[in-house]
Design a protein around this ligand. Structure first.
Ligand code: IDP
Ligand code: MG
Length: 151
C-alpha cells in the first residue's frame, strides 16, 4: 500500500466542492485513511510547502492556503496510487489541465487550483505525518467492496 496526502484548498471548500471532489476519489475505489476540516496556520503552511520557499509565488501560496478552512485527507491504495491520484488531479495550472481532471473540470487559474496531492509515495508519508497524528488515521480498515476493486 502507498498513500497520498490530499488537501482540498480554501477555494474548493468555499465553492462547495468538497463532496464532488471526494466523490471522485471514492468512486475510483481508493481508500480514505484519514479526513478532517482544519485551518492551516502559517508555520504549517511553510513546513508543508518548504520546497517552494524563495520562489516568487511562495508568499501568495502561504496566504492562499491559510486564508480559510481546508479539508485534508489521506488516501491509500496499491503501488501506483500516488501517481494515479496526480493524474486525476491534473496539471498544476488548471488552464492547461486536461478535461476530466479535477483541476481541468473545476478551475481556471494557477493561483486557485483547488487541490494539493503528494507527488511521490515518500512525499505522501512525509506530508501525512505533518498533517495527521497516528491516532487520527485508520490504516487497515476492511472494506466490504475491497475484493470488487482489487483482484
Ligand atoms: P502541484 O500542486 O501541482 O504539485 P507545485 O509546483 O508543487 O504544484 O506548486 C505547489 C502549489 O504552488 C501549486 O499547487 C499552486 O497552488 C502554487 N503555485 C505553483 N506555481 C505557481 C505560480 O506560478 N503562481 C501561483 N501559484 C503557483
Ligand atoms: Mg507539488
Amino acid at each position: 500500500m502507498e498513500r497520498a496526502l490530499i488537501i482540498l484548498k480554501p477555494d474548493a471548500v468555499q465553492r462547495g466542492l468538497i463532496g464532488p471532489i471526494i466523490s471522485r476519489i471514492e468512486q475510483r475505489g481508493l481508500k480514505i485513511q484519514g479526513l478532517k476540516l482544519m485551518q492551516v496556520d502559517e508555520s504549517l503552511a511553510r513546513k508543508h510547502y518548504g520546497e517552494h520557499e524563495g520562489k516568487p509565488f511562495f508568499n501568495g501560496l502561504v496566504s492562499y492556503i491559510t486564508s480559510a478552512p481546508v479539508v485534508v485527507l489521506v488516501v491509500a491504495g496499491k503501488a501506483g496510487t500516488v501517481e494515479m491520484i496526480r493524474t486525476m488531479v491534473g496539471a498544476t495550472n488548471p488552464a492547461k489541465a486536461a478535461p476530466g481532471t479535477i483541476r481541468g473540470d473545476f478551475g481556471v487559474e494557477i493561483g486557485r487550483n483547488l487541490i494539493h496531492a503528494s507527488d511521490s509515495p515518500e512525499s505522501g508519508e512525509r506530508e501525512t505525518a505533518i498533517f495527521f497524528s497516528a491516532a487520527e488515521l485508520i490504516a487497515d480498515w476492511g472494506r466490504a467492496t475491497d475484493a470488487w476493486i482489487y483482484e
